[in-house]
Design a protein. Structure first.
Length: 504
């Protein structure tokens, strides 16, 4: 599905690598281990700079006309013009100034804070106070330009806005009723609705509606656009997507436009982007994608958060410092069944008895449940869960990118299988690209490290920004809207929060 992501050049002003936003307060760094503990994480707040400030000047009749036009255009940005009730006539006064500030804030920073709509969103940045900019715009007669500058400058946001416009200008989407799997051409009473929906989505030409081959391809195209397994079968997941009406589709696009307002305004031209919902990674360089790959993400119980960091180096042939939660909840029960478990899996106690690194003399059954006082480390090697390389990217969530020996997972459609970290299908290729190594050089470095039985730290010449984000709607190269499954159910919460934020 990564090939469906829209990739457009970043503005020239972003040529230099800029300081990345940091996560919000309330974090506690832990040893490298890859285990998300949600109770320790606090979502990014709404930027303080967006809160209304007293002392706004009154709007002139001319400014009020400009504001009316901007409010009328708000729906094109996924906003509701009714949230900005202007007086029917006359000057806007202080009410108009407050509404102009509210509109600018909603366009730039979003209608709600990430903590309200997506509690696993941790990207935050300091932004200039909007009230000061609004005052300057009113004083210089540039209110229109000021408001036009507020939406996210990213090409992805503009693509979602264009898709929203096409949806608003189009007709209804025929929802297909749920039920048992629909077998094509079997006489199922819902089949005509399937055909109508495929035509409405643009996947099937009306003249080809009776051609089995064309219809079969249209079903595959629809499944691909929805981020579903392209198996040609109209089973439960495909039926659920076909059952989505126009209003539901619009809400999904609007929710993802809101997420782009939470993104940093400036994204470097060279960066790594992990699309969590799409379960994919791409390297972006000056608008091109030199490398893309499927990835494994966190399970629903241990979801991968949205955050930004910098990849500062590689750890070739890494050891694994096992998080306490994994040791307590997963390894301790195995030790109670088999006291030799650590030795069999090349794990050792870092703070255990000096003469018993594998804990063979410890009575694991006597250790109370919910308590694990030892630090565990698994030796580097082919069986290590981190595989051949781990990418150093310090962050408060203890999440990183790494290789994996479990290759079969990448053949699956649903790859939400990890404790939160991102497992790469081609970690060697990413290591060579980021480190500027020639093809095949990583394999030689790995062989040397494993021959020594040790890990090797290799810093990058320049840290590379990485963005790990949860987006479920985007556009392909042709501008057609594409979706990714809402694996973590975050869309529903965000949509509900947006609905609740409606205000007179």
């Amino acid at each position: 599905m990564l090939r469906h992501l829209l990739v457009l050049a970043w503005p020239a002003a972003l040529a230099m690598l800029l300081p990345l936003p940091v996560a919000g307060p309330g974090f506690a760094a832990t040893a490298v281990g890859c285990a998300v503990m949600p109770s320790q994480l606090a979502a990014a707040p709404r930027p303080a700079a967006t809160r209304p400030t007293a002392g706004l000047p009154e709007l002139s009749a001319r400014d009020l006309t400009v504001l009316r036009a901007a409010v009328a255009e708000a729906r094109a940005h996924g906003l509701d013009p009714r949230d900005y009730p202007l007086p029917e006539s006359g000057a806007g006064g202080s009410v108009g100034g407050a509404l102009a500030l509210r509109l600018a804030s909603d366009l730039r920073d979003g209608r709600i804070a990430p903590a309200e709509g997506d509690p696993r969103w941790y990207l935050a940045e300091q932004r200039e106070p909007l009230a000061d900019g609004l005052k300057q715009a009113l004083a210089s007669g540039r209110l229109a330009a000021f408001l036009e500058d507020q939406p996210p400058p990213h090409a992805e946001y503009r693509a979602l806005r264009a898709a929203l416009a096409r949806l608003d200008q189009g007709g209804a989407l025929t929802p297909v009723a749920p039920g048992a799997e629909i077998v094509p051409w079997s006489g199922d009473p819902r089949w005509p609705d399937v055909i109508s929906r495929l035509m409405q989505e643009g996947h099937l030409a009306p003249a080809a509606r009776d051609e089995p081959a064309a219809v079969a391809q249209a079903i595959l195209d629809f499944q691909g656009a929805q981020g579903l397994a392209t198996d040609g079968r109209i089973g439960p997941r495909t039926l659920a997507a076909l059952g989505e009406n126009r209003e539901m589709r619009r809400a999904r696009i609007v929710a993802n436009m809101e997420r782009w307002r939470w993104m940093p305004r400036q994204i470097p031209r060279y960066h790594v982007m992990v699309s969590v919902a799409e379960q994919s990674l791409r390297v972006v360089q000056d608008g091109t994608v030199p490398l893309a790959m499927p990835v494994v993400i966190g399970r629903v119980a241990t979801p991968t958060p949205s955050f930004a960091a910098r990849i500062s180096g590689l750890v070739i042939n890494p050891a694994w410092n096992i998080p306490t939660g994994i040791a307590r909840n997963e390894i301790l029960p195995r030790l109670r069944r088999d006291p030799a478990y650590l030795a069999k899996h090349e794990m050792r106690l870092l703070n255990g008895p000096p003469d018993d690194p594998h804990g063979l003399g410890i009575d694991w059954r006597a250790l109370p449940s919910g308590r694990f006082p030892y630090l565990l480390q698994q030796a580097p090697g082919p069986a290590n869960p981190l595989g051949a390389v781990r990418f150093d990217m310090p962050n408060p969530h203890d999440i990183f990118l790494h290789d994996t020996p479990l290759r079969a997972a990448f053949a699956r459609q649903d790859r939400a299988l990890s404790h939160g970290c991102v497992r790469l299908s081609d970690a060697a290729a990413l290591a060579e690209l980021l480190a500027g190594l020639p093809p095949g050089a990583f394999a030689e470095l790995l062989a040397e490290a494993r021959a020594r039985g040790a890990s090797e730290n290799r810093p990058l010449a320049r840290a590379v920004p990485v963005f790990v984000v949860y987006l479920t709607a985007f556009a392909d190269e042709a501008g057609q809207i594409r979706f990714a499954p809402d694996i973590y159910g975050r869309d529903a919460r965000l949509m509900a929060a947006l609905d609740a934020s409606a205000r007179p």
